[in-house]
Design a binder for this molecule. Structure first.
Ligand code: NA7
Length: 546
C-alpha cells in the first residue's frame, strides 16, 4: 500500500479543503475529482484497501446484479475501452480488481488513510468548517465533508439467544474473511435468504457436507444466465454505448416503465413475454411488462410466473412451497439474481427450514435449535443483511449547526434534500443518500451523477467566495414528502424490506430511495438556478437564498 496509514502512522491534523469518508466507488471518484479541482483532500477508509461493498462482501458467489459492462465508470473513456470484463455478471474478485485498478491508474491511493474509522464530525459555525476526528487520532478541519459511506455497508446480525455460546466459526456475508473459508466436510447453517444468502448457498452447498438454510421470508429470484462475455457482446455494447450514455446522462433515473400492457394481452402472450425475459435472466425480468411495480394485478401475474418456475425446478413439492414467496409483491424487496439457487434444494445435502413455521429459539454451542428440532452445526453464516442507507452515517457522531445531532435530525427517518444534503448540516454531502435513486438505480451511474453535482456545487462556491451552503429545511421537507408520495404510488411500501428500514428493529419505516422520474434534471435545475433550496453564505451572517 503506497499510503503510510497502514499500521503505524502519524495522526493527521491541520486545515484542508475536503474530507471524504469511504473509498468505494463513490469515494474513489470523489477524491479524484476534488484533487482535479486543485483542492487539498483526505480520504478515510475503514478497510485496508479500496472497493467498499466489493472489499467487504467476499462471500462465495458474491456477484453484481447489474451486467458488468454497465457496472463501470463512464468518466474515463480509455479505461472503459481497455478494461475487459470476462462475464455478463462480474464476480466480486473481478469488481474489486477493477476498483484497485482505478485507484492505481489515477493514483488515488495516496489520498486515502486506510484502516481508519471516522468517529465524529462537528461543524464549526465560526469557521464554516468540519472538524473530523478518527480512531487513529486524526483531527482535520475541512471546508467540505463528503460521506461516501455506501448504502449497504453496516452489516447486521440478529441478537439470537445463545449466539455468543456458539463454539464453531461464525461469519457474516458482509464481512467475509479475506483468506476465504473452506467448508469442506462441515455442517453449515445459513441464516437469511436475501441476495447474499441466495448467491452464497449454492456455492457453500457444493463444498460443505451439509447445509441447513434457515429462511424467514422466501424471496423472488431470477436466474442470472451468466455467461462469459464474447467479442461480439463487447462489440454490441460499443454499438449501443452512445445511446446508453445519452440515457444515463439524460433527465431520467427511476422507473421510466415499459408501455406494454400485460392485462390487455392474452394469457399466452403474457406467458411468452415472461418466458422471454426469464430466458434472458436478471433483474430486467421486472421490465417484462409495464406496471409490475405499480399495479398489483400485473404484479400478481409476474409473481405467479416465478412461483411456477420454483415449483417446476424444486423436486420436493413441500420444499418448493416453502420457497415460493407470497408475503410481498415481486420486486418490492430487491429482486435476487441467482445461479442455481432453487436447483440447490434438489441436492441431498441441503435442508430448508421455514422459520415462520418453526422459529429459531436459541443457538447452542454446536447447534441451532428451532421450536421443532435441533440442527447440529459446525459453522454459522449470517446472510442477514445491513442497516441500509443510514447505518454508516448514523454510526458517525455528526453534529451540525448549533450542535444539532444527526441522530436527532433523523429520529423519524432519514431526511435529505435531493438525497444529497441535510438541512442543519452545512457543507456536508452524501453520495447516493436517502431520498435519491441510489439502490434502485445502477449505483455507478448514480455515484457519478452525485460526485459531479457536488463538484459543480463546490466550484460554484469557490467562484463566488461562498464558505457555506445549507439545505433549506422547508425545501427538504417538501422533497421528503415528494419522495414518499412517489413511493406511495408504487407497491414498494407493501413489503417489509430494507428499502423501508423494516429489517432493523425500531428503525422508522420510511421508503428511503427515490423512485420518481427526472431526478437528474431536478438536480441539474437546482444547480442552474443558483442552488435553489439551499442558502449560500460568505460569512456566518451573510446568507443568500439559492
Ligand atoms: P437482505 O436482503 O436484507 O437479506 C437478509 C436476509 O436475512 C433476509 O432473508 C432476512 O429475512 C434474513 N434475516 C434477517 N434477520 C433475520 C433473523 N433474525 N432471523 C432469520 N432471518 C433473518 O440482505 P442481503 O445481504 O442478502 O442483501 C442486501 C443487498 O445487497 C441486496 O438487496 C443487494 O442489493 C445487495 P426477512 O426478509 O427480513 O424476513
Amino acid at each position: 500500500m503506497a499510503d503510510g496509514s497502514k499500521f503505524e502512522r502519524a495522526p493527521k491534523s491541520g486545515e484542508i479543503d475536503a474530507v471524504v469518508v469511504g473509498a468505494g466507488f463513490g469515494g474513489l471518484y470523489m477524491l479524484h475529482k476534488l484533487r482535479e479541482l486543485g483542492l487539498s483532500v483526505q480520504g478515510f477508509e475503514a478497510g485496508d484497501g479500496v472497493g467498499g461493498t466489493w472489499y467487504w462482501n467476499r462471500y462465495p458467489g458474491a456477484r453484481c446484479d447489474v451486467p458488468s459492462l454497465f457496472y463501470s465508470y463512464t468518466w474515463d473513456d480509455a479505461l472503459q475501452k481497455e478494461w475487459r470484463w470476462t462475464e455478463k455478471y462480474a464476480a466480486q474478485p473481478e469488481i474489486l480488481a477493477y476498483a484497485n485498478h482505478v485507484a492505481d491508474r489515477h493514483d488515488i491511493r495516496p489520498l486515502i488513510a486506510f484502516e481508519t474509522r471516522v468517529l465524529s464530525a462537528t461543524f464549526d459555525e465560526a469557521a464554516d468548517r468540519w472538524v473530523v476526528v478518527t480512531d487513529r487520532g486524526d483531527e482535520l478541519s475541512a471546508r467540505w465533508l463528503i460521506l461516501a459511506t455506501g448504502c449497504l455497508s453496516t452489516p447486521r446480525a440478529p441478537a439470537i439467544p445463545g449466539v455468543e455460546t456458539f463454539a464453531g466459526e461464525t461469519y457474516h456475508t458482509g464481512a467475509w474473511p479475506h483468506e476465504g473459508v473452506d467448508f469442506t466436510g462441515k455442517t453449515v447453517a445459513v441464516i437469511g435468504t436475501g441476495s447474499s444468502g441466495i448467491q452464497s448457498i449454492p456455492q457453500i452447498a457444493a463444498q460443505a457436507k451439509h447445509v441447513t438454510v434457515f429462511q424467514r421470508t422466501p424471496n423472488f429470484s431470477v436466474p442470472a444466465n451468466n455467461t462469459p462475455l464474447t467479442d461480439k457482446d463487447i462489440a454490441d455494447f460499443w454499438k449501443m454505448y452512445p445511446d446508453y450514455i445519452a440515457m444515463v446522462k439524460g433527465p431520467g433515473m427511476g422507473f421510466g416503465g415499459n408501455p406494454a400492457n400485460a392485462l390487455a394481452a392474452t394469457p399466452e402472450e403474457r406467458r411468452a413475454r415472461f418466458e422471454e425475459f426469464w430466458g434472458v435472466g436478471g433483474a430486467g425480468f421486472l421490465a417484462a411488462w409495464g406496471g409490475i411495480i405499480t399495479d398489483i394485478e400485473v404484479n400478481d401475474e409476474a409473481a405467479n410466473f416465478v412461483r411456477g418456475k420454483i415449483a417446476e425446478t424444486v423436486k420436493d413439492p413441500e420444499t418448493a412451497r416453502r420457497l415460493q414467496p407470497r408475503d410481498h409483491p415481486i420486486g418490492t424487496k430487491r429482486i435476487c439474481v441467482d445461479i442455481d439457487y432453487f436447483e440447490t434444494y434438489n441436492r441431498p445435502n441441503v435442508t430448508l427450514v421455514n422459520l415462520r413455521e418453526s422459529p429459531i429459539e436459541a443457538i447452542e454451542p454446536n447447534a441451532v435449535r428451532t421450536s421443532e428440532a435441533t440442527y447440529p452445526v459446525d459453522a454459522l453464516v449470517f446472510a442477514t443483511g445491513f442497516d441500509a442507507m443510514t447505518g454508516a452515517i448514523l454510526a458517525i457522531d455528526i453534529k451540525g449547526a448549533g450542535g444539532a445531532e444527526i441522530k436527532q435530525a433523523w429520529a423519524e427517518g432519514p431526511k435529505a434534500y435531493l438525497g444529497l444534503a441535510i438541512a442543519g448540516f452545512p457543507n456536508m454531502f452524501i453520495i447516493t443518500g436517502p431520498g435519491s435513486p441510489s439502490v434502485l438505480s445502477n449505483m455507478i451511474n448514480s455515484i457519478e451523477q452525485h460526485v459531479e453535482w457536488i463538484i459543480g456545487c463546490i466550484e460554484h462556491m469557490r467562484e463566488h467566495g461562498f464558505t457555506r451552503i445549507a439545505a433549506d429545511p422547508e425545501m427538504q421537507e417538501k422533497w421528503v414528502a415528494h419522495v414518499r408520495r412517489v413511493a406511495d404510488k408504487t407497491l414498494f411500501p407493501r413489503a417489509a424490506s430494507w428499502y423501508m428500514g423494516a429489517n432493523i428493529p425500531g428503525k422508522p419505516r420510511v421508503f428511503m430511495p427515490y423512485i420518481g422520474v427526472g431526478y437528474r434534471k431536478k438536480c441539474a435545475d437546482v444547480a442552474a438556478a443558483g442552488y435553489e433550496g439551499f442558502a449560500l453564505a460568505k460569512e456566518p451572517s451573510d446568507v443568500h437564498a439559492g
